[in-house]
Design a protein around this ligand. Structure first.
Ligand code: WT7
Length: 660
């Protein structure tokens, strides 16, 4: 990232495009919820009042907060601290009470083409029953409940049932291995886990419960495992611990009044990758988080709940799913799509068939998916009527201008504004994005901080810089921000608030502001890599590789990849006289898949007798990145043994010839 002097065509293209902007059409602007740029000034003049207004306008409170931000103990910020509310009541009860119970909350599409509509009334009934089922198993306020499920309606039921009784959900992405679930359950002292008999992917099935059993034996805190019946796979149910989700619900009482929660009571933990091998348990609380997601979901997506069919194609296991499949849309009373399957199964038109089938009006996805669709070809979307679409969104990584233009033209038919939304698991809510009825979009830019948000680009000394690369920071607390790292308070302060002090949140991304004040996010500055929009830490992957008995040492870097944005490239030193071979590569990839998940399998493995290290023995990943990208090596003066790099360069050159 940011090696000076290097020629980078994509960046030059960005400079050219910085002058090119796409204005929203008059038709869009005329109907948009927000079309007056004065909202920016209004929010900037008194951000606290702005957020307090959002909180009271968009949410139902049991006790209305009298106060916005409490900043008496930075960086431990509190929002709406004297308010009381319940998240599930805001998502469900109030819509049903207002006579909107028959509205579809989710059109669920199964992988084999099954469909099930879930109304607000039905969802509320299921949530109450499962909330009681949790209580029947001794789970209550403050207990942590793990959720490891595919994209089926039960995942929403499980999350909201936790919220209803004040339990803290800890969702683990279904694509992670059971081993990763075990770690996350241990770190969070989870008392129960909700999982499934099996999952489906591209026509096949995976025995999830059996894998969970193999991994979970050692987690003492888990007293109950609820198992959703989905594929019908045979499951061993351990007496006293395991119960069928459906049976537990049938046995539970139908009514469960929502637990009144303080605004600062925890809502959920979500583990995400940091700079070390141990993932960080991002903790979000109730009132601020819900305010942040409700407000941004409504205004960034210009949501009209009575008309729109909204589809966020992310997985519920990532923060995007928490904020923009579950909480934001439900609070706003939206009708959404949930799709269980892959975009290329049974064919590469799967998504476009869904858009046409349900008349999707708003689509929110990641650049990696757009690039995959680009590769499959425009003839797939061309087979379908996509004219219902009126707004497109992007999230997860920088969108390269070419993919932006393709999305705009081929999917959006040239008429839909694109909102490129920047945010993080930590921020909880979208932070930078155009407002589609106000702002123009420049392909590749996340444009501006939303009203109430103060972002800047700092140099090393904490001075704002313009026109060149620096560190992205957030200078003012916002309601949806993380409150701490679960059970790791020091790490929270150290990671985000030590570099520039407790008032300034350090993002971990490099960015640049152009002459119009628009932000261009350039990528991570730490040891985090983003593969197909999935956030991983190099240390996490390294520790999985090194845990293989034949491996002595490994260094992992993110290498730019046309398809996946970044791809994992591992430099591996084997123990003793083990030979690096194709079989060994396959063995390592399987090993990593088992430890963390398939998405973490290295794309390239480079055998190295030794790794470039400083005199103090620290691996110089910067140099590995240089050779992997085929760049001139940067400063090598601190290198202990320069011969190591020469050996590696020869290997890479040979490899490149082989790969053609
Ligand atoms: C990192 C956060 C937020 C939901 C999904 C990712 C990168 C995110 C953008 C964007 C450029 C982006 C950043 C950020 N990122 N959105 N629109 N443009 N980069 O959440 O897994 O916590 O990852 O994703 O590098 O720090 P996450």
């Amino acid at each position: 990232m940011g090696v000076e002097g290097e020629v980078d065509l994509e960046r030059e293209l960005i400079d050219l495009l910085a002058v090119e902007s796409f204005e929203p059409s008059e038709a869009f602007r005329a109907r948009a919820l927000l079309s007056d740029p004065a909202v920016y000034e209004e929010a900037a003049a008194d951000p606290e009042a702005w957020w307090l207004r959002q909180a009271t306008e968009l949410l139902d409170w049991i006790e209305t907060p009298s106060q916005g931000l409490d900043e008496s103990d930075p960086p431990f910020y509190r929002w709406f601290a004297d308010g009381r509310l319940n998240a599930s009541a805001n998502c469900l009860d109030r819509h049903v009470e207002a006579g909107r119970g028959d509205r579809v909350a989710f059109h669920w599409c199964g992988e084999e083409g099954e469909e099930r509509d879930v109304t607000y009334t039905e969802l509320l009934a299921d949530v109450q029953r499962f909330a009681n089922a949790l209580r029947d198993r001794g789970i209550g306020k403050g207990d942590v409940v793990g959720i490891y499920l595919p994209m089926i309606p039960a995942v929403v039921v499980a999350m909201l049932a936790c919220a209803r009784i004040g339990a803290i959900h800890n969702v683990v992405f279904g694509g992670f291995a059971a081993e990763a679930v075990r770690g996350r359950m241990e770190f969070s002292h989870a008392k129960a886990l909700v999982t499934v008999d099996g999952a489906r992917r591209r026509g096949g099935t995976a025995p999830i419960k059996a894998r969970v059993d193999a991994a979970m034996g050692a987690v003492d805190s888990i007293e109950t495992i609820f198992v959703v019946r989905h594929t019908g796979a045979e499951c061993e149910m351990r007496a006293g611990r395991d119960v069928w989700f459906e049976e537990a619900m049938a046995a539970a009482a139908p009514e469960c009044p929502p637990e009144p929660m303080a605004a600062e009571d925890p809502l959920f933990i979500l583990y995400t990758s940091g700079s070390t091998a141990k993932p960080k348990g991002i903790l979000h609380t109730t009132g601020g988080y819900l305010t942040g997601v409700a407000c941004t979901h409504r205004y960034v997506f210009d949501l009209r709940p009575d008309e729109d069919v909204y589809w966020c194609a992310a997985d519920v296991g990532w923060v995007t799913g928490h904020s923009y499949i579950v909480y934001g849309p439900l609070i706003n009373g939206a009708t959404s799509v949930i799709y269980e399957g892959a975009p290329d199964y049974p064919e590469c038109n799967a998504w476009w068939e869904i858009v046409e089938r349900f008349g999707v009006t708003i689509l929110y996805t990641a650049p990696t998916a757009i690039r995959a669709c680009m590769k499959w070809g425009a003839h797939h979307p061309a087979r379908h009527d996509l004219s219902s679409l009126r707004l497109l969104g992007s999230v997860g990584e920088p969108i390269n201008p070419k993919a932006w233009l393709w999305y705009h033209k081929v999917i959006g038919g040239g008429r839909c504004p694109i909102v490129d939304t920047w945010w993080q698991t930590e921020t909880g809510q979208i932070m930078l994005s155009p407002l589609p009825g106000i702002d123009a979009a420049k392909p590749g830019s996340v444009m501006l901080p939303l009203p109430g948000i103060d972002a800047a680009v700092f140099d090393e000394n904490g001075e704002p810089v313009e026109g060149r690369e620096g560190l992205l920071v957030l200078r003012r607390p916002w309601p949806g921000m993380l409150r701490t790292l679960y059970r790791e308070e020091e790490r929270f302060v150290e990671t985000y608030f030590s570099r520039f002090g407790p008032q300034t949140y350090l993002v971990g991304d490099a960015a640049r502001r152009d002459a119009d004040g628009c932000f261009w996010v350039l990528g991570r500055v730490d040891d985090v890599i983003i593969v197909s929009g999935h956030r991983l830490s190099t240390a996490e992957v390294e520790s999985a590789i090194v845990s293989h008995p034949k491996v002595a040492e490994a260094a992992v870097i993110g290498q730019s990849d046309e398809q996946t944005g970044q791809a994992i490239c591992a430099f591996v030193t084997l123990e003793g006289d083990h030979e690096g071979s194709e079989e060994m590569i396959a063995e390592l990839r399987d090993h990593v898949a088992e430890r963390i998940g398939k998405l973490v399998r290295p794309k390239r493995v480079i055998w190295s007798g030794d790794l470039p290290k400083t005199r103090s023995g620290k691996i110089m990943r910067r140099l590995l990145r240089d050779i992997a990208e085929g760049r001139e090596l940067g400063d090598v003066t601190t290198l202990r043994d320069p011969a190591v790099m020469e050996g590696l360069e020869r290997k890479i050159a040979a490899r490149r010839d082989e790969e053609g």
